[in-house]
Design a protein around this ligand. Structure first.
Ligand code: HEC
Ligand code: HEC
Length: 390
């Protein structure tokens, strides 16, 4: 039995610690078993998007062919000049400006995300105001600052241009569809079937992760060229907490402190209620999912709104990092120009307090990265660009 009570020992320990005399633990070799599992989760051999039970036409090639035409058709807009492609173009699936231009020169409030690989998500728009890929398509179609269309324009266009193709997918002519909302849902489902084909192939990143996993087995992890980048991504950067799995996204909402003075800066906190009561949401009458299948996901959002509202204030969807070199500028505002700037933003732990609403996610704090670590992160991000699909 010690002569001194436990408290005294604890006090002595704390003192030694504060004097820097306590044992500073040597850093554990990278990766630990737990980290190894996270690294393994980044690699998936199959690049096929997960099935979408809410869209029974999602993998129908005829629906995708119709969707391709609709995606590229400016005749669906009221001004006659804007299609989905106008803002989601070419090899990046987006535009290279911070914002994008809709009908009559209107400017969007946010940066358009890429449509490449969007079929891996279940939430859409930076603030999650659509909860499936097919219902997302209705928002830009009818938004006054995007395609500014109307149910009448859509009906007219489907009837005059796509009647037979529509019938081959949905079983009746658009003119035989008495319910406008059904027509709109079908439009979205054809577009989504096309978007499910938009992706790029494996990236150098995938090979690097595989090779690194091999090097770990051989005890040569530290010599691998990807070592510092992956280590920083997992450890000091904590990036893996949110950018995880094959798409490098947790498909959830977080506040990382991106400066935003716009009216819509509350993110998901402001958008969720309209989505939850929306006729076209994934639990509504136009969803093909069996009753109840999607409600758990929506219910979780409802309880998050009730139980931890401050976490959703100013929170946005974690974007995929795949092809991120092609999709700049970055963040929901499009105000962060380069990947170097992104890394600087994380390094200082988000923008200055007061430039965004809400409180930062717990894991966002100054990182104190060295120049070498910053460069390794940027290199890692740039390696995530997939080869074009043949
Ligand atoms: C005027 C430019 C513009 C047009 C036209 C446009 N979009 Fe977008 N798109 C955007 C912007 C901006 C966002 C982000 C909006 C937000 O989050 O508030 C976006 C978001 C998206 C997303 C969400 C991606 C994600 O990961 O969350 C998809 C999918 C998408 N658009 C597909 C389409 C389709 C399909 C059409 C045609 C029906 C279309 N867009 C028309 C600008 C446009
Ligand atoms: C707490 C979760 C979280 C962590 C940790 C995190 N991110 Fe993010 N990341 C996000 C969210 C959410 C956004 C979008 C934020 C916004 O626009 O307001 C984002 C955006 C990005 C973007 C911009 C992508 C685009 O298309 O605009 C890049 C690049 C990025 N993160 C890389 C990283 C790196 C590198 C790290 C580690 C240093 C990291 N992230 C850590 C959640 C996170």
């Amino acid at each position: 039995m010690s002569r001194y009570p436990l408290r005294t020992w604890m006090l002595a320990g704390a003192l030694l610690g504060s004097l820097g005399l306590g044992c500073t633990e040597p850093e554990e070799p990278f990766p630990t078993t737990e980290e190894l599992e996270k690294l393994q989760s980044l690699h998936t051999p199959s690049r096929k998007p997960p099935a979408d039970p809410t869209n029974k036409y999602g993998d129908d090639p005829l629906a995708a062919a119709l969707g391709n035409k609709l995606f590229n058709d400016p005749g669906l807009s009221s001004c006659g000049t804007v299609s989905c492609k106008s803002c989601h173009e070419g090899e990046s699936g987006t535009v290279s400006t911070p914002k994008s231009l809709g009908c009559n020169g209107a400017v969007t409030g946010r940066n358009p995300p890429s449509v490449l690989g969007s079929s891996y998500s279940t939430w859409f728009m930076w603030d999650g105001r659509a909860d499936r890929l097919w219902n997302q398509a209705l928002l830009p179609l009818f938004s006054p600052i995007e395609m500014a269309s109307s149910p009448a324009i859509l009906r007219n266009r489907l009837t005059t241009r796509y009647a037979e193709e529509y019938k081959s997918v949905f079983g009746k002519l658009p003119s035989e569809e008495s319910n406008d909302e059904q027509l709109q849902a079908n439009f979205g489902k054809a577009i989504a079937a096309y978007e499910r084909t938009l992706n790029r192939n494996e990236a150098p990143f995938d090979q690097d992760v595989l090779r690194f996993l091999g090097a770990v087995q051989e005890g040569k992890a530290e010599k691998d060229p990807a070592w510092l980048g992956l280590k920083t991504f997992l450890r000091k950067g904590q990036c893996i907490l949110c950018h995880k799995g094959a798409m490098l996204s947790d498909d959830q909402f977080h506040n990382i402190g991106v400066a935003d003075a716009s009216d819509s800066r509350r993110g998901v906190a402001a958008a969720a209620n309209a989505m939850l009561t929306w006729t076209f949401n994934s639990s509504g009458p136009y969803s093909d999912a069996p009753a109840g299948l999607e409600s758990g996901r929506l219910q979780r959002l409802v309880s998050d709104l009730q139980l931890k509202p401050s976490e959703l204030e100013g929170a946005y969807k974690t974007p995929t990092l795949r092809n991120v070199e092609l999709t700049g500028p970055y963040m929901h505002t499009g105000d962060v120009k380069t990947l170097e700037d992104v890394v600087e933003l994380y390094d200082k732990g988000g923008d200055v307090a007061g430039s965004y609403v809400g409180t930062l996610s717990q894991s966002i704090a100054p990182l104190d990265l060295t120049d070498e670590e910053k460069a390794a992160l940027v290199k890692l991000l740039k390696s995530m660009t997939g080869a074009p699909k043949q």
